[in-house]
Ligand binder design. Structure first.
Ligand code: IMP
Ligand code: MG
Length: 180
């Protein structure tokens, strides 16, 4: 299968460097706490797998899946969870919510709301591979990120997909406009 026409933003060496630096910053915030890392499926699992292997041993992993539905009767697309972590992995714990990208913010806003309001997390840190602040539509900020993207580019690789494909590209790329 052909690669998409794209421009590499972070190659594998730059990614590893960014992940090492991010993990170094997170150690101080997580050490000594009861931590559960919660990747947002499916895009967040690639970034999460790379990051947690650089974090203190002994953290727990669990998963959330959020899908965004919209139709004629509800034009405002609303994210809804259709897979939740086990309650005992969230209640009274520090939750590290991990996703590939913070774009409009709707996905992580809903995931964070569920962790705190419905499942009783003690604390939630939202950490993403890419932060795209110019697209933000709801009030949520990342607690940390590998990369802040100032332009509105469409990214693929490292978990990010275009129509379900290219998640498995090992580097982070911007699709050429005529490809997207
Ligand atoms: P949100 O807009 O912050 O809720 O992000 C929703 C989802 O949109 C993310 O989890 C990604 O799956 C997807 N998304 C946003 N921007 C991009 C992109 O540049 N490439 C691929 N997927 C994206
Ligand atoms: Mg996603």
């Amino acid at each position: 299968m052909a690669d998409p026409r794209s421009r590499v933003l972070l190659d594998q060496a730059a990614l590893a460097e960014g992940l090492d630096a991010l993990a170094g910053r997170l150690w101080g915030r997580l050490d000594g706490k009861e931590v559960t890392a919660v990747p947002v499926l499916g895009g967040g699992m690639f970034f999460a797998a790379d990051l947690v292997r650089r974090l203190p041993a002994g953290l727990v992993m669990d998963f959330i899946r959020i899908r965004t539905y919209g139709d004629a009767t509800s034009p405002q697309k609303a994210p809804k969870a259709d897979w939740l972590p086990h309650p005992e992995n969230i209640e009274s714990r520090t939750v590290l919510l991990l996703d590939d990208i913070l774009d409009t913010g709707r996905t992580l806003q809903e995931a964070r709301r569920i962790m705190i309001e419905e499942m009783g997390a003690a604390e939630v840190l939202c950490v993403v591979l890419v932060d795209k602040p110019i697209r933000r539509a709801v009030p949520i900020e990342a607690d940390d990120r590998v990369l802040t993207l100032e332009e509105d580019l469409f990214l693929v690789g490292c978990g990010l997909d275009f129509a379900g494909r290219f998640r498995n590209l090992p580097d982070l790329r911007a699709l050429e406009p005529d490809e997207a």
